[in-house]
Design a binder for this molecule. Structure first.
Ligand SMILES: Cc1cc2nc3c(=O)[nH]c(=O)nc-3n(C[C@H](O)[C@H](O)[C@H](O)COP(=O)(O)OP(=O)(O)OC[C@H]3O[C@@H](n4cnc5c(N)ncnc54)[C@H](O)[C@@H]3O)c2cc1C
Length: 415
């Protein structure tokens, strides 16, 4: 993988200049047809936005305080599910499906897989509207989703105990995205084609006036551009405290991996797909043993509020006991298997789970991008395309992604 840091000739003096007492002024490149854009934050949303802006001929700088998909970013970690089942929310089924092609192209370019077509199985205690609505949307989009009755589920996936389950939705074309690898590959691929990246922390901008002219790094270096995107995930409330401090809710989420018995293939890809138990709205989900990492399981319920900088990332015994109890019920062969790894990550939730892709209310050349809400990763390519189109004035703000629809009380209804 190529080195991630590359400064253009225009940025070459920046590091030396930043040591001077007066802040240096750095220009983000000569004006391209779409202007100069700084995309702050190289998570999945920022990286795909930078990529799409560059494809459109723009000159882009992508700074990140700690690096693409680093350990504390929401895009860090091993795997993310991509699926088309979203109940009535066709907008997300469509974005997931459109994004899949881009993920596959990136996977084909990378030395190691970025997408594993494991299939995805959702199962439900009863036939609820979500099931019929997902199938209806998938018929319209042409997704090859199978509806499975209890007896089909039992015969096709014998490693799962389907007691109390009436119906399943199986999506053979979806699966797992290797999260950190995906974002780092994307940024590494964007740099040699002319994209600019650097590791730098940007301080919260002043929000007075109608336009932002520059951002400032923590070291005091000024970087000018024509337009700005803040794709700072769970850090967005810190960048815009009065605007987003009560509209993006970072929550603590724990993920566990367990080692299956040696020689037991039933938890390997090809046997077990990505899965989610809808469990009357209290969802658990996970993956087969991908690349030897272990069987993955997580409880999707929102955890306690967390500060992405200072939050304790020690996995808790309560959360471990919780997933073990679930495994005893649904994956009995794994219930007593050893824990191989655990992580604490954070969701950056909007009030209802809808994404935020809208302009700052006063700074007209600043786009706010975030609110992935535990389901954003898969949509990265479509989000980047959408954001780039907004910046080119080639489309309108989608009402569901607007700032105006982001409440100050959590009431999640996107699943
Ligand atoms: C445990 C877990 C499981 C998930 N499962 C799924 C799933 O199965 N499927 C799915 O689709 N989605 C899933 N998600 C959601 C998805 O991963 C996130 O919505 C998505 O990664 C958010 O990306 P982002 O780019 O908005 O934020 P981030 O990845 O957090 O990126 C923001 C970046 O901004 C940078 N930054 C912040 N402040 C500054 C600053 N001042 N200056 C410079 N840089 C800055 C940070 O360093 C960071 O790299 C899951 C999330 C978690 C945590």
């Amino acid at each position: 993988m190529p080195r991630l840091t590359r400064r253009s000739a225009l940025f070459a003096g920046a590091a030396a200049a930043s040591a001077l007492a007066a802040p240096a002024i750095v220009r983000a490149g000569s004006l391209g047809s779409n202007g100069r854009t700084i995309v702050v934050g190289a998570g999945v949303f920022g990286a795909w936005t930078a990529e799409h802006l560059m494809r459109g001929g723009g000159k882009v700088l992508l700074p990140d305080a700690w690096g693409p998909a680093h350990a504390r970013a929401s895009s860090g970690g091993e795997s993310r599910m991509t699926r088309g089942s979203y109940g009535p929310d066709e907008i997300y089924a469509r974005m997931a499906w459109e994004s899949l092609e881009e993920w596959k192209l990136l996977s084909a370019k990378a030395g190691l897989p970025i997408f594993h077509e494991t299939g995805v199985l959702f199962f439900f205690p009863k036939v609820e509207p979500y099931v019929e609505q997902s199938l209806e949307v998938h018929r319209r989009l042409g997704l090859p989703t199978e509806r499975l009755a209890h007896s089909d589920l039992r015969s096709r996936f014998p490693m799962i105990d389907f007691t109390g389950i009436e119906v399943g939705l199986y999506e053979p074309r979806f699966g797992a995205l290797m999260a950190r690898r995906a974002v780092q590959t994307l940024v590494a691929d964007y740099i040699p084609r002319g994209g600019l990246y650097e590791q730098a922390m940007i301080v919260p901008p002043l929000e007075n006036g109608e336009r932002l002219g520059h951002v400032v790094t923590r070291e005091g270096r000024r970087i000018e551009a024509d337009q700005f995107v803040f794709a700072c995930g769970p850090w967005l409330p810190k960048i815009f405290p009065s605007l987003l401090g009560r509209r993006i809710f970072p929550t603590r989420q724990e993920v566990f991996f367990f080692a299956p018995e040696s020689g037991d293939d039933s938890f390997r890809p090809g046997h077990l797909p990505g899965w989610a138990d809808f469990n009357d709205g209290d969802i658990y989900y996970g993956f087969p043993d991908l690349e030897g990492r272990g069987f993955k399981i997580a409880h999707d319920a929102h955890g306690a509020a967390i500060d992405p900088d200072t939050g304790d990332r020690t996995p808790s015994s309560q959360a471990l006991a919780d997933v073990r109890m679930f495994m005893a019920r649904r994956f009995p062969a794994l219930a007593a298997r050893p824990l191989s790894e655990a992580r604490v990550c954070q969701y950056e939730n909007s009030s209802n789970g809808d994404l935020l892709i809208d302009f700052h209310p006063t700074l007209k050349n600043v786009l706010l991008l975030g609110g992935g809400s535990g389901h954003g990763f898969k949509h990265g390519p479509a989000v980047g395309r959408h954001a780039a189109a907004l910046l080119r004035s080639a489309r309108q703000v989608e009402p569901r992604f607007s700032l105006a629809t982001k409440g100050e009380r959590q009431a999640r209804d996107v699943h």
